[in-house]
Write a protein that binds this ligand. Sequence first.
Ligand code: HEM
Length: 461
Amino acid sequence: MLRRAMEYCPPVPHPPPSRLGFLELLIRLRRNPLECWSADFFQQPTVKLRLPFTDVFVVHDPHAIKRVLMDNWRNYPKDTIQRRILSSGLADGLLSVDGERWDVQRRTLAPIFARRTVTSFTMPMLVAANELSAKWATMGSSATLDVAAEMTLVTLNVLALTIFSDGIGGDLDEFRMAMNAYFSVIGRIGALDLLGVPKFVPRPGHRRLRATMAYFETVIDRIVGTRCRGRAVPVDGPADLLTLLLRSPDPSTGRQLSLSEIRSNILTFLSAGHETTANTLAWSIFLLSQSPEWRSRVVAEAERELSNPDDDLAERLIVTKAVIEEALRLYPPIAALSRTALKADRLGDLAVGAGSLIVIAPYVLHRHRGLWSRPDAFDPSRFLPEVRGAIPRFAYLPFGVGPRTCIGASFALQEATIVLAVLMRDFEMRLLPHADVQPLQRITLRPAHGLPMAISRRSAQ
Ligand code: HEM
């Protein structure tokens, strides 16, 4: 009882008590889609809505989720809104392609993200975490920083070190600024998208987006060109993702990815793996700043395990990983997934017409009253190995599920675990008193006003 009274429930927008009208829905979708979920969505398994242009099924019934994302997944391709929001400009990458092209790319890329390859990236992940720690250590005894922005630096650095181990070959800051510009344009759901206005009708900011894409392509082409002449990859090339991409044949046909597919996939990994993991880290640090109990457990584990940095390091950081998984539950970086029904289907008792829009929102699912106890409370113990198996399989989907599940899930979990452990071992991080921390859904779910914190070295205390 006492424990419950002390439980920390982190900030979220207060759900409107009743459904929103269409105009209010449009306004809130543009401002912050999290504000659209009225209280009933957190209680009902599946909700059918009629919008002017289509029926929408908001699906949080585990059986129906299984049908849409696994059993009948070919009937539910990504819809145009998700395609535009998540993958603008990444036309040939795994996130965007469908049908036969997706089959080939997924088969070809799967071994690159297999467990053994990912654990071999422990060292570059540690290098990036230690570089950030060394930078913070030079900043004096009580520096103040936007920790959310710092996390985007470290995750971009991890990707730079694991994709191109010999560096981006230019200015990492310039690349990061281009990434920020890219995300600020693609992250907004506008009325033109909701009303199904075709792609050729210009959206605000999209001219700038084309210039940013051209910049990325030039940088990546220069790196690929330096690494290999034509398709000849040096046999002693570095053991990084670029080498794996250049070498990987499709296991079924032996065909290699084209240079354009390689370029799109590098860009896809950079954009799909950068902000998502950065926000996971930012939310984990924020949640730990509010919980002395979990903070000291993570610090004790980090001090014990980081002294032995083998490839299995992340697997030994059990408490740290539980905190990250709880942060992914409360603030899932991809807060909503959407699909279109190609043909008519049934989801339980409901008939779904061809062309209907299906929305599955991890943000709602993870706080669903019918699936979780104390859904709004921060409690990483739900994810400790002895009880984790009790979480229903389709109740927790930070990485999606089924054939189109996130290919980088183990990469992201390993990276976030290692970086969080290093920073918690080395620093005390306190939220500034005036900080107003609120989640905002753009392309990813991030703290709306950053995460201003006072940082001081733990060894110096
Ligand atoms: C915490 C970090 C991450 C989260 C929360 C996340 C989440 C997701 C989700 C929810 C999907 C499925 C979307 C859908 O079904 O519509 C997805 C797909 C994908 N993710 Fe991640 N992701 C993360 C990190 C990464 C990383 C590090 C990479 C690569 C380096 C990556 C690459 C991809 C790709 C390529 C896909 C498309 C897979 C396909 O369609 O076959 N992600 N991610």
